[in-house]
Design a protein around this ligand. Structure first.
Ligand code: AMP
Length: 211
């Protein structure tokens, strides 16, 4: 599991781990954005919360995660990202994992300073088609405004505007603290530096996971 504020590079870290361990990256933010894009019932319920930068109600998210974890590609392991966001969700996750007969091996707490986060998020762009993440400052696409993977025009997420980002960072701080305490008490928590730069990141992850 990856825990870290928005913009801490969890997505980038997850991609590195997907390549190393060949397990799926399950992120509730992406799952919810998919539901919104497809205008499903879940998407319609979730959208107003997401537009404000608030958390979507637990009931919706818990059900969505359980459904995703039951898919066959999760059987050999998975990387959870963006979930749980509060103790209620953490409790639900325990129940879901019990039902699946599995458990969490490791929780990574990704640490990055607040000014750096703001800078990263306001310059972040994503591909609405394949989910690729870019940054105008340090990871722009080869052709300006166009996704390297699939040729789609890249966009700024609605909630990556500064005033919304500040709300998301506040929400994160309040919600993350008890979760970090919970997993630390279970002895499965490790701290990983999210500010070492893209090139050094694979080594930093390896260092932490193998420590
Ligand atoms: P993220 O991509 O993780 O920054 O999530 C984007 C938005 O999706 C958040 O601001 C929330 O509105 C919603 N969201 C993502 N994950 C969760 C979750 N575990 N619980 C509630 N809301 C979530």
């Amino acid at each position: 599991m990856l825990i870290g504020p928005p913009g801490s590079g969890k997505g980038t870290m997850a991609n590195i781990m997907v390549n190393n361990y060949h397990i799926p990256h399950i992120t509730t933010g992406d799952l919810l954005r998919e539901e919104v894009a497809h205008e499903t019932d879940i998407g319609r319920q979730a959208k107003p919360y997401m537009d404000r930068g608030d958390l979507v109600p637990d009931g919706i998210v818990n059900k969505m995660v359980e459904k995703r974890l039951h898919r066959p590609d999760s059987r050999g392991g998975f990387i959870l990202d963006g979930y749980p966001r509060n103790l209620n969700q953490a409790e639900s996750l325990d129940e879901i994992l019990n039902r699946l007969g599995t458990k969490l091996d490791c929780v990574l707490d990704v640490v990055v300073g607040e000014e750096e986060l703001l800078k990263r998020l306001t310059t972040r762009r994503i591909c609405p088609n394949c989910g690729a993440i870019y940054n105008l400052l340090n990871k722009p696409p080869i052709r300006t405004g166009i996704c390297d993977n699939c040729g789609t025009a890249i966009i700024q997420r609605d909630d990556d505007r500064e005033e919304i980002i500040r709300t998301r960072l506040e929400v994160y701080k309040k919600q993350a603290e008890p979760i970090i305490r919970l997993y630390r008490a279970r002895g499965i928590m490790k701290t990983v530096r999210g500010d070492v730069g893209l090139n050094a990141l694979p080594k930093e992850i390896k260092r932490v996971l193998e420590s």
